[in-house]
Design a protein around this ligand. Structure first.
Ligand SMILES: [Zn+2]
Length: 106
């Protein structure tokens, strides 16, 4: 295994750099996510990241990738691509939709 790549050398001379860089990426993802929710809230206007869920526009299934990307060092491209596949819905609206769906079926 090669141990003297420029990256590894840089890491040896600047301990903590990549760690910090990762934290910056995570914080950037979080900020982007918050802003995204301001512009794409639930139909009722809810944009609290703790209260909303993401659902696939194709299947209606819950998408857990988005939130795992937000707290990670995932690239902005990956996060944006995943957000593009989803719609936002808060717990209250979700419950209401499910209730109405059952009503229709009954
Ligand atoms: Zn809602």
């Amino acid at each position: 295994m090669e141990t003297n790549t420029p990256t590894q050398k840089y890491n040896q001379n600047h301990p903590g750099y990549y760690r910090e860089s990762n934290l910056v990426r995570i914080e950037r993802n979080r900020q982007f996510f918050r802003i995204y929710l301001q512009f794409h809230p639930c139909a009722c206007g809810e944009s609290d990241p703790k209260k909303v869920r993401f659902f696939s526009v194709l299947t209606g299934e819950k998408n857990s990738k988005v939130k795992s990307y937000v707290g990670s060092t995932a690239s902005m491209e990956a996060l944006q691509a995943e957000l593009g596949k989803c719609y936002v819905q808060c717990r209250t609206c979700r419950k209401q939709v499910i209730r109405e769906t059952y009503k229709k079926a009954a």
